[in-house]
Ligand binder design. Structure first.
Ligand code: SF4
Length: 130
């Protein structure tokens, strides 16, 4: 889809965890599951049993009470080097790059949006895994 924007600015801000605190689910690919399981030194099977909710169509982390993700600690993501693609790709999600309104709405909580060098939309899409 053609983006309404030619380029965007974004640089993640150290110490910030605002995106992880937004209401929503963290969806996983099968590779995400294996990578995160290896990172916490569990078998994929044991990891899935403890942390993952699987339906016929998707995998997502089970949500603990009072927070959005089982791996979010006060000082940040506890599986950062092995975090799921959805988290790594933020904010370069297609649904945000496809809509200036959604991008601007996201900028209200993400202080990294609008900072740093200009990134062409095609490059942003690649960073987002498209
Ligand atoms: S909200 Fe934005 S700046 Fe903050 S951690 Fe997430 S991506 Fe980085």
């Amino acid at each position: 889809m053609k983006s309404p924007m030619d380029s965007v600015r974004f640089t993640c801000q150290p110490g910030c965890i605002k995106c992880c605190e937004q209401k929503g689910f963290v969806y996983l690919t099968e590779d995400d599951l294996k990578r995160a399981a290896a990172f916490v030194e569990m078998t994929p099977r044991a990891f899935e049993k403890k942390y993952v909710y699987r339906t016929a169509h998707e995998l997502r982390f089970r949500k603990p009470r009072e927070k959005q993700c089982p791996f979010l600690l006060e000082d940040g993501c506890s599986i950062h080097p092995a975090k799921p693609m959805q988290c790594r790709a933020f904010p370069f999600w297609g649904e945000l790059l496809d809509s200036r309104k959604e991008w601007n709405r996201t900028a209200r909580y993400c202080p990294g949006i609008g900072k740093g060098p200009l990134i062409q939309i095609a490059a942003a899409r690649r960073m987002g895994g498209e």
